[in-house]
Design a protein around this ligand. Sequence first.
Ligand SMILES: Nc1ncnc2c1ncn2[C@@H]1O[C@H](COP(=O)(O)OP(=O)(O)OP(=O)(O)O)[C@@H](O)[C@H]1O
Ligand SMILES: [Mg+2]
Length: 236
Amino acid sequence: MSGLVISNLSAGYGEAAVLRDVSLDLAARDVTVVLGANGAGKTTLLRAISGLLKQVSGTIEFEGRQMLGAKPGTILRAGIAHVPQGRGTFFDLTVEENLRVGGLSRPARDIDGDMDIWYERLPKLGTRRNQLAGSLSGGEQQMLAIARAFMARPRYVLFDEPSLGLAPLVVEQLFDLLGTLSRESGIGMLVVEQNADLALEIATKAYVIEAGRIVASGTSAEMANNDAIRRAYIGD
Ligand SMILES: Nc1ncnc2c1ncn2[C@@H]1O[C@H](COP(=O)(O)OP(=O)(O)OP(=O)(O)O)[C@@H](O)[C@H]1O
Ligand SMILES: [Mg+2]
């Protein structure tokens, strides 16, 4: 089934064009990775998909429906959630309040049950449910950001550099969680990363973005075996 199909997407801020003619074919139930250095346009790409940028052209189709130009709330209700760079949790709300905010687009009667599912899956969130998000460790905040996005019951989730600033062991746990969620739920995921090795392990397909353009794409195995990509994004 077609998931998220992006064609000739251009986007920018003011005079500056940042994305140029970006086309991505993102399968509905797979994990896709977009690799790119600082400033390549990864955050701009995710913000364009989520409806957070005004200056956009091209087409973004989700499950056959045109999304370009729709408001962020419409895009969320259509089934696309976004875990922003730097997590985006509300520091002065508790874990539980953050999860409730994540579920605002859904019927109130579903929220408590869904929160319990996340407390069971991520017991650290359960024991800290009344703690302020700002007092969580970086890894716990990333888990909260993921759970919060999933509270909207999305069918597709955008992750902006989820591993940023986390210790290597925590990064491994994070990608384990994303891989498990993907396998169990079949929810599609687009993960933008500079840290390629673990992201490629859970992905089916990968793209490379440089200076706002897609410069390479292939299966994750092809990308993991590509010398130029290994040097640039895997560090060997
Ligand atoms: N609000 C903004 N106004 C003007 N220019 C911006 C704005 N946000 C980003 N840019 C520019 O767009 C380009 C791409 O930025 P973007 O944040 O998308 O990169 P990125 O790949 O996410 O980088 P990083 O890995 O550092 O997060 C950069 O040159 C940046 O300076
Ligand atoms: Mg970014």
